[in-house]
Design a protein around this ligand. Structure first.
Ligand SMILES: Nc1nc2c(ncn2[C@@H]2O[C@H](COP(=O)(O)OP(=O)(O)O)[C@@H](O)[C@H]2O)c(=O)[nH]1
Ligand SMILES: [Mg+2]
Length: 423
């Protein structure tokens, strides 16, 4: 079976912790705080790799973690940033949230997508020397990296998809019209890997065609029948339905066409109604007059668009390509799946529940929403800090601290972020 669907777990790197340290030097009794900041955790990034056309990369490894940021150290030493983890995916991979099944991103164009952001590094105590706090004994711990469980689903991106029974010449046709080199075989051998090729008509006219292992091809090897593979032609704007009109294998092209069309209809009526061009192949050895005559009649009766070709000699192949190109010009673009998944970003929460406890004179404030706010605050940025102050005031934290007896100069700790209480 084509490996085109996988569930994987991702975890971005955590931010390194800030360091608590004091400058030490001979004859200097009280050195200032010099604890450096933690490094940023590495992010996890999906990157389109155009050389890939299956998800086999993910077959044996399902958990991925990017590097953590290093901790800060003394002498203002900044922790090392964790490296990003780049995960390659074939063009046309749809990333879905595993839990909800919602589309996070359709990798339908070359490029990168950051799926899990690395956590920010925590501040070292060098930042916390204030006029009122000359000896800051706290530093901030790094923020955790994002985690996600996602499903990768491959739906190849190609303008034209080849459909047809095994051995009719789909791979031969693709290798004739593009630089792709799919396996061509005399029997139902196949690697079950789709091949994709760029078909160039001229310098600025081209389309992308895909030869996808068909049904029954795998069946003979016990790999299961079914129209699984059809999801890969799902996005194709045009289908080239390849059929063998030589009658050499004891097949009748009319039966073959109907068999495939039934399969398409079962999979999706919409796909069955997609524009098709019939490539009547193996013209070079088609000498059974009876078959040819009944086929011609069938084509006429059903008003099918047909081109008689030989993938081996190349006869009429150019005509087929030109016709496909002309048809594509009037067909809708490749379907791109919209993002449905909305990132849970922090918004002013409805409930501001929190608790305050006094631990050895330090006022410890806790609350789920507060923890989330913390993750979004950049403590090295003044604006961000002022915002944080406003949140504390508006949510009633400041007032509650006063009620608990906190006074000027007392230490308040919110998830490792400590500050002096100032009324
Ligand atoms: N004589 C002749 N043989 C062909 C033609 N096209 C394909 N073949 C042969 O048919 C067999 C199956 O071809 P292949 O491209 O692998 O078919 P696929 O299974 O549809 O991909 C191979 O032995 C090809 O050489 C053609 O136009 N003429
Ligand atoms: Mg083939």
């Amino acid at each position: 079976m084509l490996f085109d669907n996988v569930r994987i777990e991702l975890q971005a790197g955590n931010g390194g912790n800030g360091c608590i340290s004091f400058h030490r030097e001979k004859y200097v009794s009280h050195g200032g705080p010099d604890g450096g900041d933690g490094g940023k955790g590495g992010s996890i990034i999906f990157r389109v790799d155009e050389g890939m056309n299956t998800l086999t990369f993910y077959k044996y490894k399902r958990k991925f973690k990017a590097e953590n940021g290093g901790n800060g150290a003394k002498m203002k030493f900044h922790g090392k940033n964790g490296s990003d983890l780049i995960l390659p995916v074939p063009l046309g991979t749809i990333i879905k949230d595993a839990e909800s099944g919602l589309v996070i991103k359709d990798m339908s164009e070359p490029g990168d997508f950051v799926i899990c952001k690395g956590g920010k590094g925590g501040w070292g105590n060098k930042h916390f020397a204030t006029p009122t706090r000359q000896i800051p004994r706290f530093a901030k711990s790094g923020i955790l990296g994002e985690e996600k469980e996602v499903i990768l689903e491959l739906k190849l991106i190609a303008d034209v998809g080849f459909v047809g029974l095994p051995n009719v010449g789909k791979s031969s046709l693709l290798s004739r019209i593009s630089a792709a080199r799919p396996k061509i075989a005399d029997y139902h051998f196949t690697t079950l890997e789709p091949s994709i090729g760029v078909v160039e008509l001229s310098d600025d006219c081209a389309f992308v065609a895909a030869d996808i292992p068909g049904l029954i091809e795998g069946a003979s090897e016990g790999l299961g029948l079914g129209h699984e593979f059809l999801k890969h032609v799902d996005r194709c704007r045009l289908l080239i339905h390849v059929v063998d009109v030589s009658g050499r294998e004891g097949r009748n092209p009319i039966d073959d066409i109907e068999l495939i069309n039934n399969e398409l209809a079962q999979y999706s009526p919409e796909l069955a109604s997609r524009k098709q061009i019939i490539a009547a192949n193996k013209k070079d050895i088609a000498d059974d007059e009876e078959i040819l005559a009944s086929f011609a009649e069938y084509v006429e009766k059903n008003e099918l668009q047909v081109v008689y070709i030989s993938a081996v000699t190349g006869e009429n192949v150019k005509e087929l390509v030109n016709l496909a190109y002309r048809e594509l010009e009037s067909l809708p673009p490749i379907r791109v799946y919209e993002t449905e998944y909305v990132e849970e970003t922090f918004e002013a929460p409805d409930s501001h529940e929190f608790t305050i406890s006094n631990v050895n004179g330090v006022y410890v404030v806790e609350g789920d929403w507060l923890y989330r706010v913390m993750g979004n605050i950049n403590f090295s940025d003044r604006e961000s800090l002022m915002y944080f102050q406003r949140v504390l005031r508006n949510s009633g934290v400041i007032k509650a601290l006063e009620e608990k007896g906190a006074t000027d100069g007392d230490t308040v700790s919110i998830y490792d972020f400590e500050f002096d209480f100032v009324i």
